[in-house]
Write a protein that binds this ligand. Structure first.
Ligand code: F55
Length: 829
């Protein structure tokens, strides 16, 4: 620095107190300052919500300090960075997670106490950040936590939707969707960067020009929108590293077109520009089908273009040519949703940086990797060619060019096998031409990852078979994981304390494999006693919530049986409901004296249906209709209760999971790519009732078949069973319970007809009838095990003890080494 610069820096340093202090008194002072100056309330009079705001701002200040240091350090070290591109992040609440990762939870709780507040109550004031649909989006959130904790130099990029996933409201048992305007009450966890903004272009035409005697393409856009960065600090646990989740919001472009202002109507021009903001307004709530919607495509390109401008700007600050680009940049595509990034990098390198096609192509082929989260061919994203050509004309040309080169090479490799060539083409021919985003990704990425071992096998043998035969070396898998910080430490503090006490260390919070240390105490009577106590208290808390929410009184002595996830036919919530109807029917028909032998159950179902998914909505209604009948039947009493948890989200999960005894993961084999809810429940000592699908297959290897309740057709049996048509094996009880629904035992006969039709008359694609018998047997086995408290508790301990492999820390370590080629970059204290 120059002499003048140094003098200024020294003066400023002298004005600083050093880092913010984390003792309860300093925290109290900071909280009160924020009450007064940020929240603008009197420090003598503020409520729980204002206390939440003030505490959050105090925590935010501390996050910012670490965030600055980390970013500075990364800048100085210039390591290879991972750029994680995802259209969805389900972060949930941030306060508890942040104070725990910062290591200041107890100090904050103390500080609040002194001010007359309770930490738990204050933390519950926060709303969820629900910028995603389900498993894919929560996985991104868990992975960000692991990336920060493991000190990886990573940045997440996404969209700052103004409306997150819809709120589910139940009226008369029917789902209604309400907008989730989550920013209504402010968001202390983001930092607006008005100066970090980029223009994103749309529409227009591609012109040819000669520059220095060279022919080149110039995209003349028809519309410009500004992308503004909002930074969300992600603190690691037990490290100073705090990484960035940068989300983009759309703003009207500042580059005013004077012409239209002078000639046109000023008011209309302003209103037109305002429309630009719609791009980042709302999250698409469908987690299965791709409709060729223009707004969705705009969202994808908007976020891809802004992120890449940011990434390239950062690279250019430290490098003056692109030779080092692949050594410094790894781009991870979370599913194919951000795969326009491939065409965008080609466009920037060829049209703007003038690297020439071949050099640009070599770079593209070494920097991208993608992970797919789906099993079914119909789950693969397609973009109508006409739509792409009008919104992004240059990108369409580039994709065609990539495809034409690929097709030529492929012909050399495999000859003129036209069926195979057309299956592998990036362009799908037909009445409506489409771009197959998975094929584009497979051609351009160096690696494609599945999310569990069986998923990867299905990719290799079915979904992407042609590509696997061509490029076997591109195929890998990383079994999903979840972060034990949020799913044990934040959401189950008493279990967390118990684990640390018995292991004699808190090191498992950064190294989940250490949980295996609990195995040797699984039969210890004292641990079992304490384990049961912790679980009982969690169940009582859950029971209280259930009563407050639904008016249904439940006993914490009953078995709490949960199925919480998005509603899908393949996830078979309907199988669960039919099982509950069967249980009810049995209780009704048994002799009164035998009812003593029934193991009391509280069945909990929670999840959202995509707004246009009629069958899923009927399943929700059926759940309510059945609950209405059962919960009000005095013959049944406490023996069976059914509760639907409305508006299932991350914070509801944090409440339900620690209080669950048994959880259901019962998809038809071959349909769940991985499943991650099961891992959260397993960590919390909940037993699983499951099919051998997705990651469950690997969970079985860790905990052993004896420690869970496994049932249902196996993967290799499914297609034969389907071909066979209406199974001969379908048990009588199945026909009976379906008939009860069909004939209006629970009312709404006409409404449920189409639901019943999915099961009978040759249909039953998801094999509920076939699996019903073994499902009931598994349920009976669970009842039997539950009665033997000692046995059950031991199994529960073993579940937690065996859950270490399903930490997202392990997943991220594998990605870092095998896919991204990145190394930790730990910011010194
Ligand atoms: C969201 C948007 C679109 Cl357009 C398509 C799908 C989704 C989505 O949410 N998918 C999703 O959640 N997939 C799930 O990913 C999990 C994480 O890998 C898996 O565990 C789970 O099996 C899979 O269904």
């Amino acid at each position: 620095k120059s002499g003048e610069g140094r003098a200024k820096a020294e003066r400023m340093f002298g004005l600083m107190d050093g880092f913010l202090k984390n003792d309860p008194v300093s925290l109290q002072k900071d909280i009160l300052d924020h009450v007064e100056y940020t929240v603008a309330r009197s420090r003598f009079n503020f409520d729980d919500f204002e206390a939440y705001q003030a505490l959050s701002h105090s925590v935010r200040d501390r996050l910012i300090e670490r965030w600055h240091d980390t970013q500075q350090y990364f800048k100085r070290k210039d390591p290879k960075r991972l750029y994680f591109l995802s259209l969805e992040f389900l972060m949930g609440r941030s306060l508890s997670n942040s104070v725990i990762n910062l290591g200041i939870r107890d100090q904050c709780a103390d500080a609040l106490n002194q001010l007359g507040f309770e930490f738990e109550v204050v933390a519950e004031q926060e709303g969820d950040a629900a910028l995603g649909n389900g498993g894919l989006a929560r996985l991104s959130a868990c992975q960000m936590d692991s990336l920060a904790t493991l000190d990886f130099p990573a940045i997440g990029y996404g969209l700052r939707y103004q409306y997150g996933l819809f709120r589910q409201v139940i009226l008369d048992g029917f789902q209604h969707e309400q907008p989730d305007y989550w920013l209504n009450f402010g968001n202390p966890w983001e930092i607006e960067r008005v100066h970090v903004s980029y223009a994103v272009k749309f529409y227009g035409t591609v012109e040819e020009e000669f520059l220095n005697g060279e022919k080149c393409k110039v995209w003349v856009p028809g519309e410009m929108v500004e992308a503004v960065a909002y930074d969300n600090p992600i603190p690691g646990y037990g490290t100073r590293n705090t990484i960035n989740l940068r989300l983009w919001a759309a703003k009207p472009s500042g580059q005013y077109d004077m012409e239209s202002y002078n000639t046109g109507d000023y008011i209309n021009e302003v209103i037109n520009r305002q429309r630009a903001e719609t791009i980042s307004t709302v999250l698409y709530p469908d987690d299965r089908s791709y409709q060729g919607k223009e707004l969705r495509l705009k969202q994808q390109y908007f976020f891809v273009s802004a992120s890449l401008q940011d990434i390239i700007r950062r690279f250019k600050e430290a490098h003056n040519n692109f030779d080092d680009f692949p050594e410094k940049v790894a781009l991870q595509l979370n599913d194919t949703h951000p795969s326009l990034a491939i065409a965008e990098v080609m466009r920037v390198l060829v049209d703007e940086e003038r690297l020439g096609w071949n050099r640009a192509w070599d770079i593209v082929c070494t920097i991208f990797s993608f992970t797919t989260h789906t099993v079914l061919p119909e789950g693969l994203e397609k973009i109508p060619v006409d739509l792409l050509g009008s919104l992004l004309p240059r990108h369409l040309q580039i994709i065609y060019e990539i495809n034409s080169i690929f097709m030529d090479e492929l012909k050399k490799r495999i000859g003129l096998d036209y069926n195979r060539l057309s299956r592998m083409s990036i362009v799908e021919e037909g009445a409506i031409k489409n771009i197959r985003m998975a094929n584009l990704s497979l051609v351009c990425c160096h690696t494609v990852n599945g999310v569990s071992r069986v998923h990867s096998e299905l990719l290799k043998t079915r979904v992407f078979k042609d590509f696997y035969e061509l490029w076997p070396q591109k195929f890998q898998y990383k079994t999903n994981g979840v972060t034990q910080r949020r799913w044990i430490v934040v959401s189950n503090p008493s279990l967390c304390a118990l684990i640390s006490k018995w292991l004699g260390t808190e090191a498992w919070i950064r190294d989940a494999d250490l949980l295996t240390g609990l195995r040797e105490y699984a039969a210890d009577a004292i641990l079992q006693q304490e384990w049961k106590m912790v679980r009982k208290v969690n169940k009582m808390r859950l029971a209280e919530y259930i009563e407050a929410m639904s008016g249904v009184k439940v006993s914490a002595d009953a078995m709490f049986d949960v199925q919480i996830k998005r509603i899908h036919e393949y996830k078979r919530q309907l199988l669960n409901l039919l099982g509950i109807i069967h249980r009810y029917d049995c209780i009704k028909n048994m002799e009164k004296s035998n009812r003593r032998k029934v193991v009391p159950r509280v069945c909990i179902i929670g999840g959202k249906a995509a707004p246009g998914y009629e069958i899923a909505k009927k399943i929700i209604k059926l759940c309510h209709a059945v609950a209405e009948k059962i919960n009000n039947d005095s013959d049944v009493g406490d023996l069976l209760k059914l509760v639907f948890f409305p508006d299932y989200n991350v914070s509801v999960a944090e409440l339900v999971i620690p209080g669950s005894d048994l959880s259901q993961h019962i998809s038809t084999a071959g349909h769940e790519a991985s499943g991650t809810g099961s891992m959260k429940l397993l960590m919390n000592g909940c037993l699983l009732l499951a099919t051998a699908d997705g990651s469950t297959v690997e969970i079985i290897e860790e905990i052993g078949e004896d420690n869970m309740f496994l049932f249902g057709a196996k993967l290799h049996e499914v297609s034969a069973l389907r071909d066979k048509g209406p199974a001969t094996k379908v048990p009588l009880q199945f026909a009976r319970v379906v008939r009860m629904v069909r004939e209006g035992y629970f009312g709404f006969k006409d409404y449920f007809k189409s639901l019943c039709d999915t099961l009978e008359g040759g249909g039953d694609f998801y094999l509920l009838g076939n699996d019903f018998g073994s499902y009931l047997e598994a349920q009976a086995a669970a009842d039997k095990a539950f009665v033997d408290e000692e046995k059950w508790t031991q199994m529960s301990i073993l579940c937690t003890a065996s859950s270490g492999r399903f930490s997202s820390d392990r997943t991220i370590e594998e990605y870092a080494e095998k896919t991204w080629g990145i190394e930790p970059c730990k910011c010194p204290f």
